[in-house]
Design a protein around this ligand. Structure first.
Ligand code: NDP
Length: 263
């Protein structure tokens, strides 16, 4: 029996155990997936091995610590320095990022997106912004503090903090901050958010399982919105493929993961 887990702080809200266990149970794959509340990101590696895990997901705020914990980082994660999926490969910790492709899957239904405003500058913002730039999309980033913006400037994004924000028209605004996750805060001051919402066609929030104040406000303005559920599904399917080393069919994984959303 293989053991998998999700590390995060907070982590109690995570639907990942339900999603992955639904796949393992229904496809008779001998594995179990649990959650680990980890406050100190520097303890990630030793905790992973102490628990004898075969693989793990990593959520807020440890994705950059997860990158540092790896023996080897592959694919897109290498480019962005952000890891959300860990695989134990013969005692070595291998890191991947499945968030960005999961998000691209989620916004397909919005059609041709050319111009995105990303709210936040953490691990998720890094992965998504780099993926958007790769796809030829123009990216602006707005973050509470200035310190984390250098990475985005180098990537080719227009960068702002709350004090120097210059508004444009956007096809899509994405909230990647954790504002609204365990509080009732907006990702930026109300006046800024109001202006932004008047100038966008679509809104997406990375947070799932709750209508955040940001989504609530967007809905009240009749903007087409989505929460982070489809992104969660997309990244989960890709992570599960890595966990089972592609032994299960992608469509079967997707079917059983989607069903777990009904629980
Ligand atoms: P990080 O901790 O790396 O970054 C958090 C970001 O949020 C920082 O830019 C921080 O700003 C900003 N922030 C935090 N609190 C506030 C606030 N009250 N007001 C304004 N800005 C704030 O987090 P992650 O990037 O790992 O995750 C971000 C969110 O995305 C989480 O809510 C997570 O659950 C969600 N997520 C969902 C996924 C899905 O599958 N649906 C996948 C990945 C993430 P500052 O720099 O100023 O501190």
């Amino acid at each position: 029996m293989k053991l998998f887990a999700i590390f995060g702080d907070p982590v109690a809200h995570s639907r990942s155990p339900l999603m992955h266990n639904s796949v393992f149970k229904n496809l008779n794959y001998k594995a179990c997936y649990t959650r680990v509340h980890l406050t100190d990101g520097s303890k990630l590696r030793e905790t992973f091995f102490a628990l004898g895990l075969s693989g793990a997901n990593v959520t807020v705020p440890h994705k950059e610590a997860a990158y540092k914990a790896c023996d080897e980082v592959r694919g897109f994660a290498k480019k962005v320095g952000v890891v959300n999926t860990l695989v134990n490969e013969n005692g070595k910790l291998i890191g991947y990022n499945t968030d960005a492709d999961g998000f691209m899957f989620a916004i397909k239904e919005f059609g041709d997106i050319k111009n995105i405003l990303v709210l936040g500058a953490g691990g998720t913002a890094k992965a998504l912004s780099a993926r958007f730039i790769d796809a030829g999309i123009k990216v602006s980033v707005l973050n509470r503090s200035k310190e984390r913006l250098a990475y985005f400037r180098e990537l080719g994004c227009e960068c702002f903090s709350w004090e120097d924000f210059k508004l444009k028209k956007y096809d899509l605004v994405v909230n990647t901050t954790s504002a609204g996750l365990k509080d009732e805060e907006l990702p930026a001051p109300l006046t800024l958010i109001e202006e932004i919402l008047y100038n966008t066609s679509f809104v997406a929030d990375a947070i799932y399982g709750k209508v955040t104040p940001f989504l609530k406000l967007s809905q009240s303005k009749n903007i087409t919105c989505k929460d982070g559920a489809d992104m969660l599904l997309g990244q989960g399917v890709l992570a599960n493929e890595l966990f089972v080393n592609y032994e299960l069919k992608t469509d079967d994984i997707k079917t059983h993961m989607s069903k777990s959303f009904e629980i």
